[in-house]
Design a protein. Structure first.
Length: 226
């Protein structure tokens, strides 16, 4: 058996790399909402070959980030404010379930990683670095989903997570409070990392409360950053 201390980490499959890279480009607005793209466009933009890009296109469609239209190509889904509110309805319920389940089922290693992530969010609350925020959010989501061991909840959240990230990234500079968002995420990760299921649920509620306030500011029903 190989020495676990020196064993190499298996590389990410190419189809997963293509999905990750294209999702980032959509979330960060490099592929703008409403833009029409072909498979060739996405191959050129991502630097990946056709097979992994084709797989990524289907996954992005499943997550509501791309709309595939026969004989025309694909459109980066426009931002829909109603969809954002509906996704928050789902997120409040399912993220509470995932946070509670993860707090109860996480391994020692998963808890340690979440506490490390919580500290990272704390640093972002001071630096305001959006790139770091996005990476930490993705890590926290992945660890909690894995720890919760609920494939049905995972599918539900995966269907809206990319849309939620994009809505934040494209609007946070004008309407968002990076410190408040980072600290809210930190509290969720910390509570799960400490194995405190009740605190994890409350932290999720506080996070979604803020995201709702942010969304209302974006659509014009609240003053920005109040």
């Amino acid at each position: 058996m190989p020495d676990t201390a020196t064993a190499k980490i298996s590389p990410m499959p190419l189809k997963d790399e293509a999905f990750r890279d294209l999702e980032r480009m959509i979330v960060n607005g490099e592929l703008e909402p409403g833009r029409w793209v072909s498979e060739v466009d996405l191959v050129e933009a991502s630097g990946h070959t056709r097979a992994p890009v084709r797989s990524a296109i289907q996954r992005l469609s499943d997550e509501g980030l791309l709309r595939i239209v026969a004989r025309r190509g694909a459109q980066v889904c426009p931002i829909d404010h109603t969809e954002q509110f509906r996704s928050l309805e789902l997120r409040r319920v399912v993220e509470r379930l995932v946070a509670r389940s993860a707090a109860e089922r996480a391994t020692k290693a998963q808890k340690a990683e979440l506490l490390e992530i919580a500290n990272g969010f704390g640093e972002v609350s001071e630096t305001g670095n959006q790139s770091d925020m996005t990476e930490l959010d993705a890590r926290s989501f992945a660890v909690q989903i894995s720890a919760a061991e609920n494939q049905f909840a995972a599918r539900s959240l995966t269907s809206v997570k990319g849309l939620s990230r994009r809505f934040w990234v494209l609007n946070q500079e004008r309407y968002g409070d990076m410190r408040r968002m980072a600290l809210a995420h930190s509290e969720v990760a910390k509570a799960v990392g400490q194995g405190d299921a009740d605190a994890a649920e409350k932290a999720v509620d506080a996070l979604i409360d803020y995201v709702e306030e942010f969304t209302l500011a974006v659509v014009g029903f609240r003053s920005p950053k109040t």
